[in-house]
Write a protein that binds this ligand. Structure first.
Ligand code: 5GP
Length: 196
């Protein structure tokens, strides 16, 4: 088990509806030492890639992405959720369905902060059905940026997102991949990372 899997087993709570709660260390209270370790691991997994910007989505991706951007020494841009239907031409826009809230949001990034030819690393906390990642990929590509990779802290491998993103040919690295989890017994089964 890697450092993250150990922490998930120790503190993760499996909820009904295929939701894993890790709010004691990842997305409510944050263990910043763990965040540093996560950032170093992404740096190792994307070694050799030229990254000029980290891109994530508010809210829970931001905390992690800050550490990753710091590790790569590049700026971080986060897509904002917007209720407004009057989005002007200064924004890149994508529609993203929220896995946890089950609603659709327009997510926006200002054209000032994402440019043609930039080398983007997309970061998020969870990967479930892949809507958030696909929205971020679409925003990066509308800007003419190059998606160098996608880094996910926890992928729920029994949901379709990971397969979709890998089949589209993107370099996806997930630090922990959960193949099964059960809310009654609380058991969590991880994928052997070599299988990826
Ligand atoms: P997707 O768009 O891939 O269906 O879902 C990813 C987004 O939903 C992530 O940005 C994350 O915030 C949220 N999410 C998905 N599954 C979980 C989960 O099991 N636990 C938590 N805390 N967030 C999740």
């Amino acid at each position: 088990m890697n450092f993250l899997e150990e922490r998930i087993v120790k503190e993760g709570i499996v909820k009904s509806g295929n939701v894993l709660k890790v709010d004691s260390f990842l997305n409510h209270q944050m263990d910043v030492i763990l965040m540093e370790e996560i950032a170093r691991e992404f740096k190792r997994r994307f070694a050799g890639k030229i990254i000029s910007k980290v891109l994530t989505i508010e809210a829970s991706g931001i905390g992690i992405a800050i550490f990753v951007a710091r590790e790569f020494g590049v700026p971080l841009v986060f897509a904002k959720k917007s209720k407004s239907i009057n989005i002007d031409g200064d924004m890149f826009v994508a529609e993203v369905e929220s896995f946890t809230h089950k609603n659709k949001n327009q997510v926006i990034v200002s054209k000032k902060f994402l440019h043609e030819g930039e080398h983007v690393l997309i970061i998020d906390d969870f990967l479930a059905n892949g809507c958030a990642l696909q929205g971020l990929i679409s925003i990066a590509e509308s800007a003419g940026a190059i998606v160098e990779g996608c880094g996910i802290v926890i992928e729920k491998g029994f949901q379709i997102g990971g397969r979709v993103i890998r089949n589209l040919g993107y370099h996806l690295e997930s630090l922990a991949i959960i193949d099964a989890m059960d809310s009654e017994s609380g058991t969590i089964t991880f994928r052997d990372q070599e299988e990826k």
